[in-house]
Design a protein around this ligand. Structure first.
Ligand code: KG4
Ligand code: ZN
Length: 356
């Protein structure tokens, strides 16, 4: 019997629920790293007309979709609720209306079936997701978490033990991609559209700033870069932007973003306290899907003596398998939560920051 087994000696089977942003997701994951089901419903269509995620619309959509999605997960996994060992839901940070929906649903299932309940920190879900696919990723490892809501460098030292090395002082990287896309008329979500446009662009045409590059520490800043893209676009001849202008702006912006991310990660690699010869450097979050960012970070990782590990995109973006897996890791340490847990819109991972 291992820490991820139940009392009968079988691997734990955990239902995970994720509702903190605009993906409604449920997953059933086992202690021996099998994902039995992971249906996801993206709400992109609901939010597209607004050019971003509208919290009230997101919460209502989670309420509509979640019960059916959980039933689907149970059916696809081919199990009954009585075969679950626990229920884990994202308890924060995130858009609070959506978090309430997922937490209430998890509490209801846990109390009806007499199961332990786990309120998982969404960031902890991202931080530990790599261990679901790669059992060789041992603590401590270095994590770059880059999504629409977060841009952080973390030293992942154990379950519940995280040291934040740096974070953004303004926008998250994905948020910046989304805002640049919006100002250039490329739609929502912006990251994939900017990457696509950049492929045919000249990344050297516009001289854009690299905020924070060369500075000590591991913090990020993206809002000055976003503003510089706006000024560069406004300096072009009046009228509709030509496709080539948009492509060149996207390529120049992406080149600057890649430079900034690589510079900050290089600093983190210097201060990271490794306990093995070749620690893992893990990238997670939706922005990690960007091929230019991935390629640069992979090269950097190799030159600095780290091992590059990137979970597949379905585990990088918001998903419930990572929440179920973080639940499994926490149960192994006896860390379940009471049913009066209150959802937390803000919830830093690093205990020192949580203490203020
Ligand atoms: O992790 P995620 O699905 O959701 C959260 O924000 O938590 O990340 C979504 C973010 C969006 O900002 C999206 O524009 C960005 O990831 N993104 C990308 C790419 N694909 C998604 N950014 C740059 N390049 C991409 N290929
Ligand atoms: Zn996320």
């Amino acid at each position: 019997m291992t820490m991820s087994d139940n009392a009968a000696g079988s691997p734990l089977t955990v239902l995970g629920i994720e509702t903190s942003c605009d993906e409604t997701a449920a997953a059933i994951v086992t202690g021996d790293r099998r994902v039995l089901a992971e249906p996801v419903l993206s709400q992109i269509e609901e939010h597209r007309a607004y050019g971003g995620v509208v919290p009230e619309i997101a919460a209502r959509a989670h309420l509509d979709y979640l019960p059916g999605l959980i039933a689907r997960a149970i059916e696809e996994a081919g199990i009954g609720f009585d075969e679950l060992d626990a229920v884990a839901a994202t308890g924060g940070p995130g858009l609070i209306g959506g978090v309430h929906v997922g937490v209430m649903m998890a509490k209801a299932i846990a109390s009806v079936h007499g199961l332990p309940f786990l309120a998982v920190n969404h960031l902890e879900g991202h931080a530990l997701s790599v261990r679901l696919i790669d059992e060789d990723v041992a603590f401590p490892y270095l994590l770059l978490l880059v999504s629409g809501g977060h841009c952080q460098l973390l030293s992942v030292e154990g379950v519940g033990k995280y040291r934040r090395l740096g974070t953004t002082v303004d926008d998250a990287a994905g948020e910046c991609f989304d805002k640049v896309a919006k100002m250039l008329g490329l739609g929502f979500p912006g990251g994939p559209a900017v990457e696509q446009a950049a492929m045919t662009g000249d990344g050297a045409r516009f001289k854009l700033p690299r905020p924070m590059r060369g500075r000590d520490g591991c913090d990020f800043s993206f809002s000055g870069l976003k503003t510089a893209v706006r000024y560069a676009a406004e300096a072009l001849p009046p009228g509709v932007l030509k496709d080539q202008d948009v492509a060149d702006l996207c390529a120049s912006f992406q080149a600057a973003a890649v430079d900034v991310l690589a510079d900050r990660c290089a600093n983190a690699m210097k201060v990271f306290e490794a306990s093995s010869g070749r620690p893992a450097f893990v990238v997670a979050g939706g922005v990690a899907a960007n091929a230019a960012i991935r390629a640069r970070l992979e090269t950097l990782t190799e030159t600095k003596g780290f091992r590059f590990v990137a979970p597949p995109p379905r585990l990088c973006t918001d998903n419930a398998a990572m929440i179920a897996w973080a639940g499994i890791e926490r149960i192994g340490l006896g860390l379940t939560d009471p049913l009066d847990f209150k959802p937390r819109p803000r919830w830093p991972l690093d205990a020192r920051q949580a203490a203020g």
